[in-house]
Write a protein that binds this ligand. Structure first.
Ligand code: HEM
Length: 135
């Protein structure tokens, strides 16, 4: 019999397609391992413990890609450009951030199309957050 399973979603979010919360946790955990060892980025993070920053970025990315809205419940509207204004995001910081993120993305070993979609967003978003031309 050709029964259509009841409750089969007609479309899945990107969040679900890449494996949900666990995938974003892995991505961001790897990213912060790189940040912790990066001479440009590490001094930019105000807190000694990178754990809370790791949590914020993971929750933000999960929400952005269609997962739970916990980020905004805790932090309000993302307003990323404004939230990065206290930091000197120049070309070097941008490049370092993307280098760390690349290590995280590589580790996920996502199907090509999903990986390309994720990377396109991250590179686009990083470019919009540059707020200092010199350096
Ligand atoms: C371009 C290079 C970037 C640099 C140098 C940078 C640096 C920082 C720093 C120093 C913080 C403060 C740490 C904290 O308290 O959480 C921060 C926060 C944050 N960043 Fe970035 N960032 C960059 C790009 C991005 C991109 C591309 C995204 C999103 C795709 C992003 C998302 C966030 C989020 C969600 C927070 C926490 C905001 C909050 O709720 O307070 N950042 N970033």
């Amino acid at each position: 019999m050709n029964e259509i399973p009841v409750g089969t979603p007609s479309s899945v979010t990107f969040y679900e397609a890449v494996g949900g919360e666990e995938t974003f946790r892995r991505l961001v955990h790897r990213f912060y391992q790189e940040v912790a060892a990066d001479p440009i980025l590490r001094p930019m993070y105000p807190e000694e413990d990178l754990g809370p920053a790791e949590e914020r970025l993971a929750l933000f990315l999960m929400q952005y890609w269609g997962g739970p809205r916990t980020y905004s419940d805790r932090r309000g509207h993302p307003r990323l450009r404004m939230r990065h204004m206290p930091f000197r995001v120049d070309r070097a910081a941008h490049d370092a951030w993307l280098r760390c993120m690349r290590a995280g993305v590589d580790e996920l070993e996502l199907p090509e199309e999903l990986e390309a979609q994720l990377w396109k967003y991250l590179t686009y978003a990083a470019a919009t957050l540059i707020n200092t031309q010199e350096g």
